[in-house]
Design a protein around this ligand. Structure first.
Ligand code: DHB
Ligand code: MG
Length: 222
């Protein structure tokens, strides 16, 4: 992955938030050893902060891997909260469960194996947060599925929305994944019921606040 943020700045930010859970550190070492693309501690904390700022209790993750992002959301929802972990690979799902149990967060997490865009259809919501980190070509579909399942005042949080900078390539040079990300970004900024910002942290994180369409455009009839 091409780095968007200057390496020295990334490292400075990393040093500011050093105190962390030993299980989380082990998960980071596991990701580094296998080059698995986790959201990392900076984006992890952003997820936790957004979740806590809205008192999130119910989170759906589309694309959870071995459970790194799940750890952050599970921290945020507190005891009695729920995070739905989804991954297409049963082995990743089982591995996530073992990490999350080891971290003492077991009762807060529910596991689903399958294509997140299919699994979420079983869940009408409303969720406080839907987190998107699936295959990038599927981002536009994921956005549509998430939009109808997040409550007003909740968030869609989406990873990799700057996609190593490939979002600035001319359309003719974009592959299917890059087209998925750029379409997602256009849709997320254009939607009348979303207020979206992309934070250029790590690979770009979109924060989409779900609003009522009338709130965004006061001239519209409620
Ligand atoms: C890739 C996927 C991710 O979700 C990510 O955060 C970084 C890279 C990838 O498929 O290359
Ligand atoms: Mg990602």
């Amino acid at each position: 992955m091409e780095h968007i943020v200057d390496d020295d700045i990334e490292s400075y930010l990393g040093h500011l938030q050093r105190t962390r859970d030993p299980v989380l550190l082990e998960m980071e070492a596991r990701a580094a050893a296998s080059k698995f693309p986790i959201i990392g501690p900076l984006v992890g904390r952003l997820c936790q902060q957004v979740a806590q700022s809205i008192g999130a209790r119910d989170v759906f993750e589309m694309g959870s891997g071995f459970g790194y992002s799940t750890w952050w959301f599970a921290q945020a929802v507190g005891p009695g909260g729920r995070v739905v972990h989804t991954d297409g690979d049963a082995k990743k799902s089982a591995e996530a469960k073992s990490w999350i149990d080891k971290a003492g967060l077991g009762p807060r997490v529910h596991y689903e194996v399958g294509d997140a865009c299919e699994v979420i259809k079983k869940y009408p919501g409303p969720f406080d947060i839907v987190f998107i980190d699936i295959d990038k070509h599927a981002y536009p579909d994921a956005l549509e599925l998430a939009r109808s399942r997040v409550r007003v005042g909740g968030y869609i949080i989406c990873d990799n929305t700057l996609w190593s900078g490939k979002v600035v390539l001319p359309a003719s040079k974009q592959d299917a994944d890059t087209r998925g990300v750029t379409r997602f970004n256009k849709d997320a900024f254009g939607a009348a019921d979303l207020l979206t910002t992309i934070i250029p942290l790590r690979d770009g994180v979109a924060l989409c606040l779900k609003i009522s369409a009338a709130a965004r455009d006061p001239k519209r009839k409620r």
